[in-house]
Design a protein around this ligand. Sequence first.
Ligand SMILES: Cc1cc2nc3c(=O)[nH]c(=O)nc-3n(C[C@H](O)[C@H](O)[C@H](O)COP(=O)(O)OP(=O)(O)OC[C@H]3O[C@@H](n4cnc5c(N)ncnc54)[C@H](O)[C@@H]3O)c2cc1C
Length: 470
Amino acid sequence: MPHIAVIGGGIAGLSTAYYLQKQAQAAGVGVRITLIEAGEQLGGKIRTEHTQGFTIEGGPDSFITQKPAALKLVHELGLDDQLIPTNAQNKGVFVFHGGKLQALPEGVMLIVPTHIMPFALSPLFSWPGKLRMGLDLLLPARRDDEDETLADFIRRRLGEEALDRLAEPMMAGIYNAEAEHQSIMATFPRFRAIEKEYGSLIRGMLAARKHRPAPAAANGNPPRTMFMSLRPGVSQLVDALIAATPADVRLNAPVQRILRRAHDYQIVLGPESCVCADHVVLATPAYAAADLLEGLRSDLAAALRRIRYVDTGTVSVAYRRADVGHNLKGFGLVIPRSAGRNINAVTWTSSKWEYRAPDDAVLMRVFFGGSRHPEIFALPDDELMAVVQEDLRLMMGIERPPLFSRIYRWQNASPQYDVGHVQRVDALTAACPPGIHLTGSAYRGVGLPDCIAQAEDTAQDIIAGLRPSA
Ligand SMILES: Cc1cc2nc3c(=O)[nH]c(=O)nc-3n(C[C@H](O)[C@H](O)[C@H](O)COP(=O)(O)OP(=O)(O)OC[C@H]3O[C@@H](n4cnc5c(N)ncnc54)[C@H](O)[C@@H]3O)c2cc1C
């Protein structure tokens, strides 16, 4: 029976193992699956904590629904009744500009304005800035497929102000990405496709809005919002995957290297411990995959190391509702680099989601670090909390200390899709020796749906290759 080893037990590795067994069963192929994880638990960056009536996410708190893979998996795992939408009555995002929080005008889709009046009346942008954005309707379109940075793309179509007050803060604050390096073709290829098709970003987004189906509640399920989560937290997805995946799981088992044998691979866990497998799926960060492949293919290892990572962190802060003067009507705020603050963004967690805090309390999550502020990432906890509280005081007038806080530091956690990423990943995939597979957030999308979709594709490639001999 073919043996498949999956290294890395984050969402990518776990869902690869899940789809391997599912697809093998469907194809009538027998396989043995071993899932090997360095840490003491599965889930990788997915980390839900329940304390004092609060539900705290250390990593992802939701997933986007435009990419269907996460919703599909939730459905397969029987978790539809656990899905929760974002809170419709608190919709809206703020930008800290000019020393105060200013509402992002209604109708901004992703980072593109699509409602004329709220946008025209918004104090967030200057008149020259608004006119420059409007020029998008007239400027000639780029129709080739050459890559460029997201910053260059936004500058070209919408101007510098749109970059400073909209795109850069959204990318830095929410996506842990750097607009000045970020590949448009790897992260927002849809924008370039829209430019090509409609000749204008705004025209294309308006058309997309017209054709978007209204969110509907089907079969008693909640309405589908752009982001959704699970009532007990995202870790429920990990628990359900573990329950649905009959694999031999090895925890506390950091793989040290992978060696080629005559007919399979030897996965070395320690001086006297190894696993042999016909297929090896590397679902670790790219730099970890590089270390494992060094002895096997140093050129591949070097190419993997070219995928850059940055450190990022979150602090969840809980307050008594009475201690927060601000009404927190919105999903949170982003902060332009030009505002000169120390933190990057804040999600008003208990406004955005139900079931996250007791009624008389609020929960928010502060994003810090990234390439904008490596010095803040490096601060000891007490100094970090002082910086966070000072920024929350300045932006929301919160004077009282929180009831409690939880700091999560994610070192080397956010892969950066720099210009040329798509070609680099295509080359990496092509260079993998037979039986070695790369999957996960380093390659074809960082979000949970991207990781799940890649896992399903990886499983499909492997099982399809096994069929003839089955
Ligand atoms: C703060 C934060 C917030 C985020 N928010 C969202 C969000 O709201 N929505 C969303 O869609 N995405 C979000 N993301 C992104 C998303 O969470 C990640 O991209 C995704 O979880 C990564 O999954 P993965 O399986 O590729 O990697 P990981 O979760 O990093 O898993 C890799 C695993 O490999 C293991 N490993 C490494 N080396 C070895 C070795 N040598 N041997 C064995 N095991 C090894 C690690 O221990 C780890 O468990 C967020 C990320 C962060 C950091």
